[in-house]
Write a protein that binds this ligand. Sequence first.
Ligand SMILES: C[S@@+](CC[C@H](N)C(=O)[O-])C[C@H]1O[C@@H](n2cnc3c(N)ncnc32)[C@H](O)[C@@H]1O
Length: 194
Amino acid sequence: MSKGFSISCERNQHPILEQLTEWFKDRQQVLEIGSGTGQHAVFFAKHLSHLNWQTSDMQENHPSINAWLAEAELPNVSAPVVFHVGKNDWPAVDADAVFTANTTHIMQKHDAKLMMQTIGKHLKRGGIFCQYGPMNIDGEYTSEGNRQFDQHLAESGCGGIRDIAELKEWAENMQLVAQINMPANNFLLVWKVI
Ligand SMILES: C[S@@+](CC[C@H](N)C(=O)[O-])C[C@H]1O[C@@H](n2cnc3c(N)ncnc32)[C@H](O)[C@@H]1O
């Protein structure tokens, strides 16, 4: 697979950037979980040049990430490390921030739980985790579109949309400090390591 393209990245990158500009303003090293095509990494690293952005994903997505990185030639974004929550150990990255977009509902439930448990162990105290995607609230979908999407996820063998209460329960050493409504019935959850 060469350079992939995600239309959802194209649509959500500006609103997410607006938030990351604030939440990552005093951060230095970001680990991105599930970089996918590599588009977000290139876009955010370009606009947030004070950050070092470490990409990661399963091996099969690396060619696309590498293709985006090669084209962008940015000094502050690093070639992907193999990291699949539930399969690989936490990467050797001295991160003070973690970013992930549209991965929590793709992962199996036990991997989503593990992600919430392990980030708080590996990020430094005061570390920030920004988690973007569709989430449920108090057991309810936030839109009919999300209900249909969740059905599609179940049929595709994905873990499905998680409830914010469930994520809070799973989060270890982390506090939810912001729950931001984003376009298209998504959220940006901001967690802080305590
Ligand atoms: C819908 S894509 C989103 C990719 C990218 N973050 C974006 O916003 O376009 C879901 C991503 O989650 C990754 N993923 C799925 N399960 C994972 C796991 N257990 N650990 C890490 N990444 C995982 C996939 O490899 C894929 O890159």
